[in-house]
Design a protein around this ligand. Sequence first.
Ligand SMILES: [Cu+2]
Length: 387
Amino acid sequence: MTVLLVLLCVALITIIVVQVGKVTELASKIRGEEEMQEAANRRHGFYLMAFMILFLVATVVSTLYYKNYFLGYGPHKSASAHGGTLDYLFDVTLFFTGIVFVITQILLFYYGYRYKAQRGTKASFISHDNKLEIVWTVIPAVVMAFLVISGLDAWNEVMADVGEDEEYIEIEATGYQFAWGLRYPGADGELGRKDFRLIKPGSNDLGIDWNDERSLDDFLPNEIVLPVNKKVRVRITARDVLHNFYLPHFRLKMDAVPGIPTYFVFTPTKTTEEYRQELSQYEEYQVPADPTDPESPMLWEDFNYELACAELCGRGHWSMQKIVRIVSEEEYEAWKATQTPHYEQLIKGTDDDPYKEDTVEETTEEVEESTSEAEAPASEEETEEAH
Ligand SMILES: [Cu+2]
């Protein structure tokens, strides 16, 4: 029904436009073509100027009005150690492109107004102007060189991998249609081996190799929890198509490519709680998170860092979201202690468990042990060997 109405409106508007055109044509025949044309030119010139002023004012006003929602401004200052560098680059780029934007918009519309066709005036013909060409080549070249060089500099700084004896936490994120598989190393601090051929939907979505002992304590949480002020290295991979590991508040964005592991090193500098406190200083965030429910928590209380997918990867792309919590070191350790290794949870004792035989042996031996004391020392040795 709505579609029909819209189509009807479009048809009617078209008819009106055509009719108005016909009327103007007739009127111009009566009043003289040239005079009509000149009046129209004056009118259009005026419209152009009006549009330019409205457009520029609206741009500036809306930017100022919404600035506390933008990443990099108001309460959305970066929450990672390297983020400030990137915010600075954005500011510098915005400064130069902003100047160019305003100047070109003004010139574009002003020229339309100033040089509208008028009776008796003739366009001047300039074949070329060396001075002008040098100016518009050299200025952009210098500005571009400055932007590109400072950009490269920042890239080298931000993309630096962890040093040899540096202390860091390594976690892994695997993108697939349509979720993120997160993996944390257990107590050993090391992630186990992975092989795509071992992927088994349901029990081993990431293809973890259980023969690698480092895998046995790895756990797969549903959210990213990290301690503040600690260096984190994220291994980023994908299982099917291109995804993109995006932590907007930390200015972190890296493609997740099937077959080519990428990484990103960053240090969170604000806990979720600290970020909420900063948000609470701004009016925009002192409203109920749910506009239909005045009893719901404030927008700032409801805030959470998030992990999103920033690569349009298919129909369920929008759902590739996870909560990120930055907490104190103690809270992090406490959270880690509540996590169960995936191996213990789903694999141990099943057909996928490469240590199944050992486990079965162990239990039978334990039984034997309790019945016959003489065999006990031998079985203990055996168990040790098996590990
Ligand atoms: Cu995706």
